[in-house]
Ligand binder design. Structure first.
Ligand code: GDP
Length: 427
């Protein structure tokens, strides 16, 4: 039995889905352990191009069991819509290939609306939410004001529970935000339209995972977003509302006592960030437009243009440390091929002092990037499959990142397709 977590080292959108899709070949089970439908993994494989939001990226491999663990924000509406979409493109999804934890809490019909109402109240101080209801969902989960997927098997108790929560939630909707209350009929419709559809997939995934582990199956944990969006260790308050770190994977999956063998940290060859908040080294103007176009940096969920910056060695080293990464997959190296020289953010200047340490979030507002340049390689590398065949300037760039991060780069991705990958033997 071996286990591996694939996690983001930076702000998310590093290409984790692409790496999970590649590595599932060696794994029997793929588990999503946190987050919800608020971000997107783009996966390109022999079945087509898919934007996944909640489904684990192992869904395309025959024989792989995909699990949505207890730590996810289980949105029945979004999940069902996504399942229908993926199935319409010829991918089979059955209760054998997808299992939903009976201990996953449900994102309720009012969570999305509450997200929008709070962002509207914040006006120009918005957090940049994707308005998928994730923050209201997780706060309600910790207040014990939502229901577990397993409660779908107890319809009378479920309805009593939901009526109680609805009564409480309508106090917030009407009293705090002056919005319309949510009607019970809408809850019944939601139960019929979506919850009943996903019910056949709900089971005791903790028991399933324990059995899988004990019988020697290989388990892959798939994270959403990146280290800098972690609720506790990220750039508060511009984080997500769950824990994106590998150490949370066993808990959010349903195997709380497990030790993970390998943590693959995914790093993009330059930086991107969606939404608000400090982003040290952010590029602007033509330079930014060119990189955004070259990397097709538009959100998979929202279509929003992503903010772009040079690779950030300070944030990357911090991300590697908090993730406990044992290897790095560096993605999108091909995107930088047009550059004459490649900028890198090598240190931060905070309060007039240069530092290698990632600062406390409040200090990020005044932090400046110290930029150095490395020569570009100026040729198409998307067809390269061997480390030795990369131009020396590209290899130097990769090893510079590796050295700064203190972690070996074992995979270099040079295109979105499954086989556009260089696997490197690093001692
Ligand atoms: P994730 O959420 O971390 O899985 O990342 P996203 O899917 O949001 O963003 C990664 C995007 O980059 C997707 O559109 C991928 O198809 C694409 N991609 C991944 N790796 C590479 C690569 O090496 N080169 C290029 N050009 N595109 C890549």
């Amino acid at each position: 039995m071996s286990s591996c977590a694939i996690v983001g080292i930076n702000w998310g959108d590093e290409g984790k889905g692409r790496m999970v899709d590649l590595l599932t070949e060696d794994y029997d089970v793929v588990v999503r352990y946190q987050g919800g439908g608020n971000a997107g993994h783009t996966v390109v494989n022999d079945k087509g191009k898919f934007a996944l939001h909640l489904l684990p990226s192992g869904i395309f491999r025959q024989g792989v069991v995909n699990v949505l663990g207890n730590g996810v924000a289980l949105d029945p509406e979004n999940l069902w819509t996504e399942m229908e979409d993926v199935r319409s493109k010829g991918v089979d999804i059955t209760p054998d290939s997808l299992k939903i934890s009976d201990r996953a809490s449900l994102l309720l019909p009012w969570h999305r609306e509450l997200d929008g109402l709070e962002e509207a109240r914040l006006a120009d101080r918005q957090y940049g939410s994707t308005k998928q209801g994730i923050a209201p969902f997780y706060s309600d989960k910790y207040q014990k004001k939502t229901v577990l997927a397993g409660e779908l098997f107890y319809p009378d108790e479920l309805r009593r529970h939901l009526r109680d929560i609805l009564e409480w939630k309508n106090l917030t909707l009407t009293g705090v935000y002056g919005a319309q209350p949510c009607a019970w009929e809408d809850v019944e419709k939601w139960l019929d339209d979506y919850c009943e559809k996903i019910k056949p997939f709900v089971c005791d995934t903790g028991a399933f995972l324990r059995k899988a582990r004990d019988s020697g199956k290989n388990i892959l944990f798939e994270a959403q977003l990146g280290a800098l969006r972690d609720l506790d260790f990220g750039i508060c308050p511009y984080t997500t509302s769950s824990n994106t770190l590998a150490s949370y994977a066993p808990i959010g999956s349903g195997l709380p006592s497990m030790k993970i063998d390998r943590v693959m940290g995914v790093v993009k060859a330059y930086s991107t960030c969606v939404g608000e908040g400090p982003f040290v080294g952010e590029m602007t103007g033509e330079e930014a437009d060119r990189l955004r176009e070259a990397g097709a940096e538009y959100g998979a969920k929202t279509g929003r243009p992503r903010r772009v910056a040079p690779v950030d060695l300070v944030a990357t080293r911090y991300g590697v440390q908090v993730q406990g990464a044992t290897s790095i997959a560096l993605t999108k190296l091909d995107v930088l091929s047009y550059m004459d020289e490649i900028p890198l953010c090598v240190r931060y200047e905070v309060n007039g002092r240069q530092t290698d340490e990632f600062p406390f979030p409040t200090e990020l507002y005044g932090a400046k990037a110290v930029i150095e340049y490395m020569p570009g390689w100026k040729c198409d590398i998307s067809g390269v499959r061997q480390w030795e065949d990369l131009p020396p300037a590209a290899r130097d760039y990769v090893t510079r990142i590796e050295k700064a991060a203190g972690c070996p780069v074992t995979h270099v991705s040079v295109g979105p397709e499954r086989d556009s990958i260089i696997i490197r033997n690093v001692k």
